[in-house]
Design a protein around this ligand. Structure first.
Ligand code: SDX
Length: 428
């Protein structure tokens, strides 16, 4: 079902088809605009441009809706199972028990790293940024698994996805252990995904870290809430790299790089550092808002605002509620939670934020829960990457399987020098 749009330019007129998505979104299809008129469109942040058709995730930014393969994220909060959601995103439906068991078994069998990679991580700088180590290690997985991926073979793809999802978690734990000078802890095949991650992060030789069901549930929920978010910066990066038919490791390694930025996944670190500055008296909540509103100041109210959500990020709503539950279970009183709540309260009463529809996003409360689980601040964005990996994989595969997809190669508006001649050195 589609309508038409008509573009008039000078003495030209062109009819353009309008695509209508399954939730009624309309997009003017300009794919033949340049050939027909010589015109291109200009949309530098791509905030008005759909670069693909996708069936993975639906967001309604005005209503604060987020659904994975049509299922509202709120419905995953009862008994959160990250691997089930990962399989759903990648394969497009909820797995049957046997399928989930098989997928889980594949992750267990792929949890170990090649000893060469362990050695590689060991020789990286101990004070290296975890996201740098993560991106480098994920890219180098292609050295250990170089066989081309049979994309049309679901079984082969499931094995490759399980391998990457499992190993990313092991690599993440290794980067942490490296940074604190502790020996790497091998994965325990008896533990499930999240529990194994915390085991590899916090167990010490001869003293296993005990993961309570509450902690395991909280970590599964955190990973699920980060699992996909349609065409965000890092997912779009995975698509751009994948569009050249680069392998999945290279594409996800590039996505990790994009996620690292403080305007994207790196915001969860900035939020906690901002809250800590307030807590230690270096900054008042009012100072924070003042700095955030000052256009001459690069400071942003981290954890607030969103390109798509012009309403409360539904993930932030769930995480805010989860803070109370997890901190209560952990018997932790975190003053940063009270500060975060105060900051939210005064921001949502301030016309600067209200007029611009700036609300808390996924990063505003996530760090407080990660802290309560004992995860250090510099590992927050790494945890975001662990959660987001199934989303990158699902979108990368969707693009690869789309017969109409081509290499992503945007155009530009050239504003440089018009033609001029080379000037020999003696005449400059
Ligand atoms: C994530 O895209 C995704 O889906 C991302 C993500 C995912 O799951 O993948 O949801 C994860 O990245 C969440 C966002 C995390 N980043 C932060 O919390 C950093 C702080 N937020 C801002 O940098 C900003 O809100 C962005 C980057 C998130 C959105 O940037 P936009 O779309 O460029 O912001 P905008 O143009 O809509 O801003 C409108 C106005 C501007 O002011 P004016 O020019 O109108 O005067 O609001 C201002 C902005 O300067 N503004 C802020 C602000 N966010 C927007 N001012 C102060 N503090 C902020 N946080």
């Amino acid at each position: 079902m589609s309508d038409k749009a008509v573009l008039h330019f000078g003495d030209q007129q062109i009819e353009l088809p309008v695509l209508i998505g399954s939730e009624g979104e309309k997009a003017v299809d300009i794919s033949r605009l340049r050939d027909a008129t010589g015109l291109t469109t200009y949309d530098p942040s791509l905030s008005n441009t759909a670069v693909c058709k996708s069936a993975v995730t639906f967001i309604d930014g005005d209503l604060g809706i987020l659904r994975y393969r049509g299922i509202p994220i709120e419905q995953f909060t009862q008994s959160p199972n990250f691997l089930e959601v990962a399989w759903l995103l990648i394969f497009g439906r909820l797995p049957k028990q046997a399928e989930l068991d098989r997928f889980s078994g594949r992750l267990t069998n792929n949890a170990l790293l090649h000893e060469g990679m362990i050695d590689q991580i060991q020789h990286m700088p101990a004070n290296g940024a975890p996201m740098a180590l993560l991106s480098a290690a994920v890219s180098s997985l292609a050295c250990y698994h170089s066989q081309p991926l049979a994309m049309s073979d679901d079984d082969a793809f499931e094995e490759a996805a399980a391998r990457l999802i499992s190993k990313l978690r092991t690599i993440a734990a290794c980067t942490y252990r490296r940074s604190v000078g502790l020996p790497f802890i091998y994965p325990d095949p008896k533990l499930r995904y999240g529990a194994n991650f915390l085991h590899m992060m916090f167990s010490i030789p001869y003293k296993q870290f005990e993961v309570t069901p509450e902690i395991e549930e909280a970590l599964n929920l955190i990973f699920i809430l980060h699992a996909d978010h349609e065409q965000n910066c890092s997912t779009a990066t995975a698509r751009v790299v994948g569009s050249s038919r680069a392998n999945m490791y290279a594409s996800c390694s590039a996505a990790i790089g994009a996620l690292w930025g403080p305007l994207h996944g790196g915001a969860n670190v900035e939020v906690v550092e901002m809250l800590e500055r307030i807590h230690h008296g270096g900054l008042s909540p009012e100072d924070c808002l003042k700095a955030a509103k000052d256009k001459a100041n690069p400071f942003k109210l981290f954890g607030f605002g969103h390109r798509v959500y012009k309403n409360y990020d539904p993930r932030a709503k769930i995480l805010k509620a989860c803070c109370d539950k997890v901190l209560g279970q952990m018997k932790v009183k975190d003053p940063l939670l009270d500060i975060a709540r105060k900051l939210e309260e005064i921001a949502l009463a301030d016309s600067y934020f209200v007029d611009r529809k700036l609300y808390p996003n996924v990063d505003f409360y996530s760090g407080i829960i990660l802290r309560s689980l004992g995860i250090p601040t510099d590992m927050f964005t790494v945890c975001f990457a662990i959660g987001r990996l199934p989303g990158w994989i699902s979108q990368w595969r969707e693009q690869h399987d789309d017969p109409t997809s081509k290499i992503l190669r945007p155009r530009q508006v050239y504003i440089g020098n018009t033609k001029q001649d080379y000037v020999p050195m003696e005449k400059r």
